[in-house]
Design a protein around this ligand. Sequence first.
Ligand code: GLN
Length: 244
Amino acid sequence: MDLRIAFLYPELMNIYGDRGNILALSRRAQWRGIDVQVDNVSIGIEIDPDFYDFYFFGGGQDKQQIAVSDDLQGPKGDALKEAVEGGAVILSVCGGYQLLGKYYRPFDGDDLPGIGLFDAHTEAGNTRYIGNVLIDCAIPGVGTIVAFENHSGLTFLGPGCAPLGKSIIGGGNNGKDGTEGAIYKTAYGCYLHGSLLPKNPAFADHLLSQALARRHGPVELHPLDNSLEQLAHTTATSRARETR
Ligand code: GLN
C-alpha cells in the first residue's frame, strides 16, 4: 500500500506546528510498512482530483490568506471539491478551514471568497481566541482531542455540515454555540493547531484509514504502541484544564 499526501501552501499556511501533522501521518503510515509520498502544492500549481489521498491545509494570517483565497478560485477549488466527492481526505486548520467555507471576512479589508466545500462562513471578531483547547470529538472511537487555538475568525456552520465536536475548553468555532470544527464527508475543518495529530493518535488513525481506503478499499490498521502519544495527550489535557 502507498499513501499520496498533498501539503497545500506550505510556505504560506503553516503556523503553530501545523507541519507536524504531515510528519505524524507519514510516520504512522511508514511504521505500518506503507510507502508515503508528500508533494507541496502551492500558488499556481494545478491539482489532479484523482491523484492524492490526503490533503493538509494549515493556518495562516489574514495577509497570507489573500493570495491563497485568490489561487483557490475556479479550477483549483473545484478540483479539491471533486477530490472529496471521490473519497480523498482533507484536514484543514484555522485559516485553511476558513477558506474551505463560503467566505472569510477579516477585521480589516475585503471579504476573502472560499470554495464552499463546507457550508459555513467566517467573520473576524474583535476578540482573539488564544490558548490550549479540549474537545469531545463526534467521531465514534476518537474520544477527546487536545490542541491549541489562535484565531479572530468566528465560524458559523450551516445545515450542510456537522461539527467535528463539542468544545470542553476553548473558543471553538465562535465562542457561542459550543461547537468546534466541521465535517463534510471526508473533509475536516478545525481550529486545532499545536500540532494536532502527534498528540491525538486516534484521530490521526481515523484520517489515515479513510485516506488509504480511497484506492486500497477498507483498511484495518494494525495497532501501534501509542504510549508516548497518550502521555502527550494526557499532559496537554491537564495543561489545558489548568491554564483556561
Ligand atoms: N487569520 C485567521 C484568523 O485570525 C486564521 C488564523 C490562523 O490560521 N491561526 O482567524
